[in-house]
Design a protein around this ligand. Structure first.
Ligand code: NAP
Ligand code: G4F
Length: 330
């Protein structure tokens, strides 16, 4: 059995990747941080096949210890401070975890993986690195222009991954993933914030939702599709960097339209207010990716389109919120 270590196991992608690797007969190990992390119980209950290992991306010796214990064939580095808005308020923490954390993990792999560098490494890079985009659609060759401390940290993580591949011959891949969502998406991100509010408004549990800028456009895909691309990258003969995207872009306004429309509330403007607290010091206005390389070399293409994704998330939140409120759905 192959052994995989996932950092960020408690996050959205960590959960989908654990399921995928388990279905492929891997032994799955998940790195968890903290002394009484409330999300550990959720992982134990819902993913009982995942073996948990304690470490932190801010602590090199803990990463060396985790790798020595697990002896993985593959390491997927999904752990990060991943919320762009938070990165403006906690920039140093973000640089430390999201940026330097990648270097620490790569160095730990060099130490534990030995001269043969048997451990394959995946880095969760981000379309946020393109920031103020230099061209559209964005490809693996598009220059980076990050617009947030998070984006800057991800650029460092990407560059140090490429550097360790070039310098030490590590099998290290960087997946430049565009936004991907699901019912497991954190409630702080705009898609889930909207679908949860739509469900609660439809059920009469909430009157309005306060948002920030409605104009930015994102290339939104389904997280379950995107973890498959991560795995495919580590099965290639040679390591490389890949854009993973749908090639379609929608505004936050479009997302609102689709989400409220799904429950028959076409006049969504009356349920949405705008609050300066949710605007960012600098915005990424437009992201749209060209995943030709992933399609041609990995045989990857997205299975879930934008409309299906929105419906899936709204339906999930309707069930969730109705159950919590003791409401019987028709
Ligand atoms: P997420 O739900 O926010 O999960 C982030 C994970 O990082 C959590 O498991 C969190 O653990 C862990 N983490 C935070 N600080 C850590 C530390 N100091 N040491 C170890 N682990 C730590 O993120 P996601 O959406 O699944 O995304 C996965 C990765 O892909 C992230 O690196 C993200 O930046 C990147 N990415 C995401 C997207 C997207 O659209 N989802 C797009 C491009 C790239 P706790 O639960 O214990 O806090
Ligand atoms: O959902 P978001 O917070 O995602 P964002 O900033 O695009 O970042 C996500 O995708 C990146 C890939 O490009 C990942 F690397 C990153 O880890 C994360 O997963 O915001 C999307 C857009 C932004 O333009 C934001 O300004 O929605 C806008 N927005 C408007 N009102 C809002 C809100 N975003 C949030 N979170 N909350 C609002 O109330």
């Amino acid at each position: 059995m192959r052994r995989a270590l996932i950092t960020g196991i408690t996050g959205q992608d960590g959960q989908y990747l654990a399921e995928l690797l388990h279905s492929k007969n891997y032994e799955v190990f998940g790195l968890v941080k903290g002394q009484n992390n409330p999300r550990i119980d959720m992982i134990r209950a819902e993913y009982p096949y995942v073996e948990l290992v304690s470490a932190d991306l801010q602590d090199l010796s803990s990463l060396v210890g985790a790798l020595e214990q697990v002896q993985p064939d593959e390491v997927y580095n999904l752990g990060a401070i991943s919320f762009v808005a938070l990165s403006f308020k906690q920039a140093e923490l973000t640089a430390n975890v999201t940026g330097l954390g990648v270097l620490r993990l790569l160095e730990a792999i060099r130490m534990v993986g030995g001269p043969d560098h048997k451990i394959r490494f995946y880095q969760a890079s981000s379309s946020e690195m393109f920031g103020k985009v230099r061209e559209s659609p964005q490809t693996e060759e598009t220059p980076f222009y990050p617009r947030s401390p998070y984006g800057c940290a991800k650029v460092f993580g990407h560059d140090i991954t490429v550097n360790h591949r070039d310098s030490y011959g590590l099998f290290a891949c960087s997946g430049i993933l565009f936004n991907h969502e699901s019912p497991r998406r954190g409630i702080e991100f705009v898609t889930r914030k909207i679908t949860n509010a739509v469900a609660r408004i439809k059920l009469g549990l909430q009157e309005t939702v306060a948002l920030g800028n409605l104009e930015p456009r994102r290339d939104w895909g389904f997280a379950g599709d995107y973890v498959d691309a991560m795995w495919r990258m580590l099965q290639q003969d040679e390591p490389g960097d890949y854009v993973v995207a749908t090639g379609r872009t929608h505004s936050v306004r479009d997302f609102l339209n689709a989400a409220f429309g799904h429950v028959g509330l076409e006049d969504w403007e009356r349920f949405v207010t705008q609050d300066p607290r949710f605007f960012r010091p600098a915005e990424v206005d437009l992201l749209v990716g060209d995943a030709t390389k992933a399609r041609e070399e990995l045989g990857w293409k997205p299975q879930v389109d934008f409309e299906t994704l929105v419906s899936m998330m709204v339906d999930h939140d309707l069930q969730l919120e109705a159950r919590k409120a003791g409401i019987d759905l028709p």
